[in-house]
Design a protein around this ligand. Sequence first.
Ligand code: NDP
Length: 338
Amino acid sequence: NKQVIFRDFVSGFPKETDMEVRESTTKLRLPEGSSGLLVKNLYLSCDPYMRNRMEKLDVPGYVDSFKPGSPITGYGVARVLESGHPNFKKGDLLWGFTGWEEYSIITAPETCFKIEHTDVPLSYYTGLLGMPGMTAYAGFFEVCSPKKGETVFISAASGAVGQLVGQFAKLFGCYVVGSAGSKEKVDLLKNKFRFDDAFNYKEEPDLDAALKRCLPEGIDIYFENVGGKMLDAVLLNMKLHGRIAVCGMISQYNLEQPEGVHNLMNLVLKRIRMEGFLVFDYYHLYPKFLEMVLPQIKEGKIVYVEDTAKGFESAPAALIGLFSGRNVGKQVVAVSHE
Ligand code: NDP
């Protein structure tokens, strides 16, 4: 059983060597009478929140830290080999929490989603049809309270979540602008995801000026993925009664001291609602989400860009790459044939 082992807790930027690919000789078996599943992992998902789990965490209601010396855990797509649970049978496909290893025992199958629609790429269940898709859907429709014709700005806009928020907002009838960290990503935003405008934040010496250029009338909705300097610039450009959905703040995850935010008084002056959210609280909406998005995929109204690494050996670099923007689209690792 090939495994990607988490070595030890991390401070600052994570490195490939914080993980190690190892072969375990222990043969996994589902214990007699277990209500768990033995699965073969097919696709592993690389997600920014996994950086938080590389530290000792003490946040009630959030996920646990990784265990030093044990395989990394995270979202993935897997096939059931043996089942002790009434919801699953041998041969079923699922997405949910699994291990970064060839075979895993899933002890809480009730937290996994059975894959019923297989006429789309299976890897989509790590992205568009999985946790990031639900994040974009819940974040935009439930937290942002959008209205047709409003202006929407999205940071880290070409990533797993951002590319979908932008497309949902466009289909809903908003004016959509995104920022990303390379020319290639900006081209994707404008040409593939049909954003109205986009800019490369790494080449803008003045973020406030870039926002004023792209959104001269201001921002009704900010979908926050990065935090730091971008948040400060956005606060200067929010409209009266604007909304900020705080999905994540990736620019802060590797800093020992988080950056200060200077323009928060705008929340008061402009009566802005700023609200953090976690996707876990919205999974009951998954069937409604699928009902909306599956036809949109089939009709070509929603497209999705993935960045696929192959094999367990490439998994540590794929995960670390999220924090330098190496990924173009959703970062997934294909580890076994379907
Ligand atoms: P992405 O696919 O967007 O990958 C991460 C991207 O972040 C990189 O490609 C890079 O893009 C950008 N980035 C990395 N470092 C920095 C930095 N220092 N400053 C600015 N941008 C940076 O990731 P996801 O779409 O999966 O996640 C996006 C955000 O959503 C994250 O903050 C994540 O934590 C959050 N999230 C929150 C959830 C929730 O429940 N609240 C659930 C899922 C995700 P670029 O080249 O453009 O810089």
